[in-house]
Design a protein. Structure first.
Length: 159
């Protein structure tokens, strides 16, 4: 018998400046610095006031479970970041965040969803499972803490 307890459906809410500590807590746990995918607090804070940017936080009974950061421009919406705390993975949190991303984008008349993910990141399978397809590759896009460069896959989904 497994000791892993599934998380209940997370409560998603639009987040802001006051939630950056929670975002950075998830970011630090979710992104391995070897791959250079995580953002700094300054990067997150710098994009929040921009038009079309939405930060969504996934909460449960305890620590934050995950978040997404999205930017809408014209008829496209880009998933800049999606992170789920390691203890909350494979419990549907990523799916909830992706579903909200698509629903909100559609409500604004967006026709295309876009994201970039490191080649080899298991999250690419999550995106494929939600009808994202690989459109291209950005060579040497991510720089890890050790200086090693990693490719990104560019993925899209039409809605």
């Amino acid at each position: 018998m497994s000791s892993v307890q599934p998380f209940p459906v997370a409560e998603l809410r639009t987040a802001g400046w006051s939630d950056l500590d929670a975002v950075m807590e998830v970011m630090g746990a979710a992104f391995d610095p070897r791959f250079g995918e995580g953002w700094t607090r300054a990067q997150c804070a710098g994009i929040l006031p921009m038009a079309g940017v939405t930060l969504t936080l996934a909460n449960g009974a305890g620590p934050p479970l995950g978040f997404s950061l999205v930017r809408r421009v014209a008829d496209e919406s880009e998933l800049l970041l999606l992170a789920v705390a390691p203890a909350a993975r494979r419990q549907g949190i990523g799916t909830q965040l992706l579903d909200r991303f698509a629903e909100e984008a559609g409500g604004f008349g967006v026709r295309k969803l876009h994201l970039e993910v490191r080649d080899g990141n298991p999250a690419a399978e999550l995106y494929r499972g939600h009808d994202f397809i690989v459109e291209g590759r950005r060579r040497k896009y991510y720089r890890g803490a050790d200086g090693q460069l990693h490719d990104a896959l560019t993925m899209i989904r039409r809605i």
